[in-house]
Write a protein that binds this ligand. Sequence first.
Ligand code: K1U
Ligand code: ZN
Length: 180
Amino acid sequence: MGKILEIAELGHPVLRERASEVENLEDEGVQNFIDNLIATGAEANGVGIAAPQVYESKRIFIISSRPNVRYPKAPEMEPTAIINPSILSFSEEKEKDWEGCLSIPGIRGLVPRHRTIKVKYLARDGKEVEREFSDFIARIFQHELDHLNGIVFLDRIDSNKELVTEKEYQKLISRSLDNE
Ligand code: K1U
Ligand code: ZN
């Protein structure tokens, strides 16, 4: 249904800008863009994708969660558009876990994130939503919200020693599954 868009990579200035609020959600162009963002995230096998990652500096992202090797208990969440989001409150407790980024291919890092967050955003039909997310979905939300503020996960890691290549990450994951 949607068109596949090109993904911007680290070094392009669009990934370092603060994206603009969306004011015309009823606009057909904005609705088509959301369809294209969903299609692009699915094609890239992402669990999220933010508008700046396809060179559009707008406050829109998609979350699309499913159980996976790293998070076998991750809830199913159909691709959901999140518009003009904000975090209302968060747990002091942070957890570190592995993240990747479609704009930083081949690298994974251990990123500390708030475990639980209360958030507010507009759904694609313009309705205001307030809800709480925890664990994997809270992590995706924080990763994507960072993209709207020009922040990438590399900015959040505690040490460069907590960065690995995709090849080493795959070895790490299979070793940790063997030990379960
Ligand atoms: O925004 C992006 O660059 C997408 C990124 C989001 C993300 C990944 C991991 C933790 C938090 C946020 C990705 O989806 S990269 C692909 C990926 O890491 C993954 C894919 C399927 C299952 C699990 C992770
Ligand atoms: Zn990313």
